[in-house]
Design a protein around this ligand. Sequence first.
Ligand code: PEP
Length: 253
Amino acid sequence: MRTQIAAANWKMNLVKEEAEQLMDQLLASAPTLQNNQEVILAIPFPYLTWAQSRLDGLKGYRVAAQNCHHKNAGAYTGEVSAPMLASLGIRDCVLGHSERREYQGEGEALLAEKMDRCLEAGIRPIFCCGEPLSVREAGNQNEFVAAQIRGSLFHLSAEVIAGIVIAYEPIWAIGTGKTATTAQAQEMHASIRQVLAQQYGQAVASQVPILYGGSVKAANAVELFTCPDVDGGLVGGASLNATEFISIVSALS
Ligand code: PEP
């Protein structure tokens, strides 16, 4: 059975006091997870170790970084490397979020390097992909996303790719309140799985959790997570509200 994941992406939100408050609220009613379920909080770098200690002992709850650098060390002022994250005990890292692709110009080759740095450090990447509205309107979304996957992931071995997480996040649905329909989400997730199957075989493709991201909220989570190829969600805005996020976590089952 594939791992089901509810991942929160706090982005660059919350000063420490606000983060404490949200964490307190989450912990006060954190759902007990089944063996195949995980909750991942992708939070700003300064809070990583604090959040880890808060989640300590809570089965299936993990802390992720939102990014890392593509080199292991060196003269890169202001950057954070995968080995640094690993040395803190961080085991997950979001890579290739559309905001980083847009504002930091991250592309397939750079992301392939970041994938390697994470995997070498023992960190599981959550690789984000997704098309802009113009591509969706032209009907080319499947090929666009397939190219993102080929460009950043296809240098990996079957054994390695079986251990990563993919998050499909149509850019037109991120932070817009406009969610993909269940049909759109399922169709793309099946297409991603088929792209993986063509390269690595069905057995490998069927192991990779594929999350949906883009205005997931309590009101649409059950419907989305019920799609056969949707294994959970990567949640931005709604993850900043404890009640909303806890409902989304509960929607996993
Ligand atoms: C995201 O940041 O990955 C995201 C999907 O944001 P939102 O849920 O706010 O659309």
